[in-house]
Design a protein around this ligand. Structure first.
Ligand code: ZN
Ligand code: ZN
Length: 161
């Protein structure tokens, strides 16, 4: 059991006092539909996600030193689209194996920042395949506006002149 209020940084593995880390500063994480600091700390200290949200098990955060040294990038929950899952408190590069080509690739921390805070993808949607495989996927033909309109029930004229 970790010391009270101390958590192991997922990047450098040093134990730090959670409440003193800039990624958990009160005004930084205050999002009306987001978790409270207490919920975040409980999620970290239990090593899982027992109390809040459901979609992603682990809390992504990093200690101040890792952010200052560039091993992680400070994330901004206010800039992210999330619902019933942890927002990101920090981004750090993660390596995983693409299930399609079985090549190991890195989801870079800067790509994560762009994906979640510039392009505003839902944070619970992690890219499944490597970049090469993702871009070779056949794109679904977008429905044309006329086709969408044709699917609508005929408009009623009530209320119109
Ligand atoms: Zn660290
Ligand atoms: Zn691939």
């Amino acid at each position: 059991m970790a010391h009270r209020g101390m958590g192991e940084c997922p990047v450098c593995r040093y134990e730090v006092k959670l409440s003193q880390q800039q990624c958990f500063a009160e005004q930084h994480i205050a999002v009306s539909h987001g978790p409270s600091r207490e919920q975040v700390f409980a999620g970290i200290l239990t090593g899982g996600n027992p109390d809040w949200g459901s979609s992603r098990q682990y809390v992504h955060w990093a200690c101040d030193t890792c952010i200052e040294k560039g091993r992680a990038i400070l994330a901004h929950p206010k800039q992210q689209e999330f619902y019933r899952c942890w927002p990101y408190f920090a981004y750090f590069s993660v390596r995983f194996t693409c299930p399609r080509c079985e090549v190991e690739f890195e989801f870079d921390k800067r790509d994560q920042f762009n994906r979640f805070e510039v392009e505003h993808h839902w944070v619970q949607v992690w890219p499944r395949f490597c970049r090469a495989c993702s871009s070779s996927k056949p794109l679904r033909t977008p429905l044309r506006y006329e086709a969408i309109q044709a699917m609508q029930p005929p408009a009623t004229s009530s209320g119109e002149a």
